[in-house]
Design a protein around this ligand. Structure first.
Ligand SMILES: Cc1cc2nc3c(=O)[nH]c(=O)nc-3n(C[C@H](O)[C@H](O)[C@H](O)COP(=O)(O)O)c2cc1C
Length: 425
């Protein structure tokens, strides 16, 4: 039987947990006050020692990313990625709604560490309450001097601009996010140069996810060893797992990295709905390869374990599918999402995503042929690695994993299938 390990959710659950008064009474801004006396390099070292890894998807070590900034620079920007558009992921929303001061404190700490005087928070357009809450929290922080002209110490400003997106999945990709803030079309940039060298307005920029930054107050206050005491050696700390789909109690659960996935599903999320059997599980948001029930029940909730099973922990968006799920229709939903959200900049992605969605729909409606199934696999293989960003991989991985692991279901839908069973879902 597993239980939650509460680190980021510590102040959540009260009706006024989002207010400065409530957050401060429970210890908010103690950690950021501690950093006033610290040299930026000391804070960077602390974060490196903690082993904190990014929660936006790739799991890149946060402190290491910060060291990529050039030594001599006239300006530095921090961009906070609150786009959270990956289907199945809704944990940053919880922080923004329930404890926005945890995030603002994390932003202040990060700004001191990387010597940033102006942070930008990019929030997805559909996030109404989260936007209201972070906006109000920023106003409170400004009024209390926690943000503003002397927030980084006497005469050292830390300003925060909140920028609302217009609701595009691709704007969560860090360089599309930069373009969108600059008022350009939200399309990814070629890398290199990487944002740590040439980022927002052409200046060195760090982009970090909301949950990543929310870990900083704990790390600063309790120290890297206390942080490393939670989780596994290579995946320290906790993880906010968004659990959705066919479970009794969907929600955001905070678990120490390394707990069994079975425990997350059965003990915390109440098990598969109606006592049914698990059929498949997407572990890290819609773009991560689907796992079969056997694979899912064998992994732990940490970067290495999920990777060893051929998938990724990604943004921690866990989508549970029970035995009644038609995997062809499940892929149909994902394929249409990706076709709709392709920004259209690269031909393989723009054309490929549309073709993939069309072929999956053809198969799902019983009109597809064996040649269509082969074309689907060939298309997925051709778009991977041939585009500016990894959006195309985010589409190809679900296609390949669904078709490979649930091939019999795809074949049963084909118009020219060998057996005479009905193809209709
Ligand atoms: C298509 C696409 C969408 C993405 N969406 C998000 C997102 O909504 N939120 C996020 O934090 N990262 C997202 N990312 C990852 C970011 O590019 C970036 O790696 C991340 O914000 C870095 O923060 P971290 O190091 O703290 O994880 C996305 C990446 C891709 C390719």
């Amino acid at each position: 039987m597993i239980a939650e390990t509460i680190l980021l959710k510590a102040r959540m659950g009260n009706t006024d947990s989002h207010t400065l008064a409530s957050a401060r009474a429970a210890g908010a801004y103690r950690a950021s006050a501690k950093t006033l006396a610290a040299a930026p390099e000391e804070i960077v070292q602390l974060v490196k020692d903690s082993g904190l890894r990014g929660r936006g998807g790739a799991g890149f070590p946060t402190g290491l990313k910060w060291t990529f900034l050039p030594k001599n620079r006239d300006a530095t920007y921090l961009c906070v990625n609150a786009d959270e558009s990956e289907p199945g992921t809704f944990k940053d929303r919880l922080i923004l709604e329930e404890d926005p001061h945890l995030l603002i404190e994390g932003i202040v700490i990060a700004c001191r560490a990387i010597r940033c005087a102006h942070a930008y928070l990019y929030i997805r357009g559909e996030f109404c309450l989260p936007h209201e809450r972070i906006r109000a929290a920023a106003d409170e922080a400004y009024a209390a001097g926690l943000l503003g002209p002397n927030a980084g110490g006497p005469g050292q400003a830390i300003d925060l601009t909140i920028h609302r997106g217009a609701g595009a999945y691709i704007c969560g990709e860090e360089t599309a996010l930069l373009n969108s803030i600059e008022g350009k079309k939200g399309q990814p940039r070629m890398k290199p140069p990487f944002p740590t060298n040439v980022g927002l307005f052409g200046k060195p920029t760090v982009i970090n996810n909301v949950e990543t930054l929310a870990n900083l107050p704990f790390i600063v206050e309790k120290g890297p060893d206390a942080y490393r005491a939670i989780g596994t050696e290579k995946s320290p700390g906790t993880r906010l797992m968004s659990v959705s789909g066919h479970v009794e109690r969907p929600g955001v659960y905070e678990v120490a990295h390394g707990v069994p996935m079975r425990g997350l599903i059965e003990d915390l999320a109440g098990g598969v709905r109606g006592g049914r059997k698990l059929k498949a599980l997407i572990p890290g948001g819609s773009s991560t390869p689907v796992l079969t029930a056997e694979e899912a029940y064998a992994v732990n909730v940490d970067f290495e374990s999920v990777q060893a099973a051929g998938s990724m922990l990604g943004s921690g968006g866990c989508i549970v599918m029970d035995e009644t799920t038609d995997m062809v229709w499940a892929l149909d939903k994902l394929a249409h999402f990706y076709a709709h959200e392709s920004c259209g900049q690269c031909t393989p992605c723009r054309e490929g995503s549309g073709w993939i969605a069309e072929i999956v729909r053809k198969i799902a409606t019983g009109k597809g042929t064996r040649a269509d199934l082969e074309k689907l696999e060939s298309l997925a293989a051709q778009i991977v690695g041939n585009t500016i960003c990894v959006f195309s991989d985010a589409l190809a991985m679900p296609v390949v994993s669904h078709v490979t692991k649930f091939r019999a279901e795809f074949e049963a839908h084909l118009a020219d299938r060998a057996s005479s069973s009905s193809a209709a879902p």
